[in-house]
Design a protein around this ligand. Structure first.
Ligand code: SAM
Length: 270
């Protein structure tokens, strides 16, 4: 089994996505997507951004590697009566069934960053986007002090070193790497812009329960706990995460979670 696919099918990302609905709607409302446009959402999960984009009347295709999330996304689109939102299984680094220049906008919010072979990912995003169109990526930033960058950093300290040649997903949060990847795909540096943006997680339960959601349903955290158990360090990992989530919680109460994380929004003119 492809380890990248196994990682995301292992848990149930819909449990995390349920805490990001408002952030997805906010982003979808301000990226210039309008009725009739064709949009590709790579690694779109169960439709955090795709469903609100489809509500505008755009024709949205999600390609995601996890079969369970594709199924969940199609069920959400059906429930909402959105035949213009379609979820398909596929790999962002090899979009074999997608013809060149198919989409006005190619988007990937914390999705394609997790695909191996980042140079292939950039090449595929450029290939399937129409000349004059736009590519947008949301990527977590290494060294950033907010939730997800810290969660990924702590988790990696408990997991065995990756195989030789593995390129960390979080390198997609470094501007020079992004420029290099898109330049190799034929995009001049001047066509790439960056901004740092907030992304809020809101849950009707406290930060300790939110840690449990990650521990039980978020593939990278599940793997970190499995590895930590092997070395008898799972209590230590649990404590580190509880401290992180509690410190980041801005709800003002211990039975609600409101955590805002910072991400890098990348916009590429095709
Ligand atoms: C952190 S989740 C984000 C999901 C969604 N973009 C959202 O904001 O709710 C990462 C997503 O990327 C998908 N993914 C990981 N590797 C992928 C790949 N190689 N090709 C396509 N999707 C991938 C996962 O299955 C998962 O849905």
């Amino acid at each position: 089994m492809n380890p990248n696919k196994a990682l995301w099918e292992k848990g149930d990302f819909t449990r995390i996505a349920a805490t990001m609905r408002k952030s997805g709607e906010d982003l979808a409302s301000r990226i210039g997507v309008a009725r009739g446009m064709s949009v590709l959402d790579l690694g779109g999960g169960d439709g955090t951004t795709a469903i609100p984009l489809a509500r505008t009347g755009a024709n949205v295709t999600v390609i995601d590697i996890a079969a369970n999330l594709v199924q969940a996304g199609n069920a959400r689109a059906k429930d909402e009566g959105l035949p213009n939102c379609m979820f398909l299984e596929g790999d962002a680094s090899h979009l074999s069934d997608v013809p060149d220049a198919s989409f006005d906008v190619t988007l990937s919010i914390f999705g394609a960053m997790f695909a191996p072979r980042p140079f292939e990912v950039a090449k595929e995003m450029v290939r399937v986007t129409k000349p004059g169109g736009k590519i947008m990526m949301g990527n977590w930033i290494p060294g950033d002090p907010t939730l997800v960058a810290q969660l990924l950093k702590i988790s990696s300290a408990y997991t065995p070193p990756p195989p030789e040649g593995f390129i960390s997903p979080i390198t997609w949060g470094v501007e020079n790497h992004i420029i290099e990847r898109f330049e190799q795909a034929g995009i001049p540096k001047e066509n790439i812009t960056f901004s740092r943006e907030p992304w809020t997680f809101s849950a009707p339960f406290g930060p300790i329960e939110f840690v449990a959601v990650f521990r039980n349903f978020y593939g990278p955290t599940m793997n970190a706990f499995e590895a930590a158990e092997q070395s008898n360090r799972s209590a230590e990992l649990q404590r580190e995460l509880e401290e992180l989530f509690t410190a980041q919680n801005k709800s003002g109460t211990s039975d609600q979670t409101v955590i805002t994380a910072t991400y890098l929004l990348v916009t590429v003119k095709r």
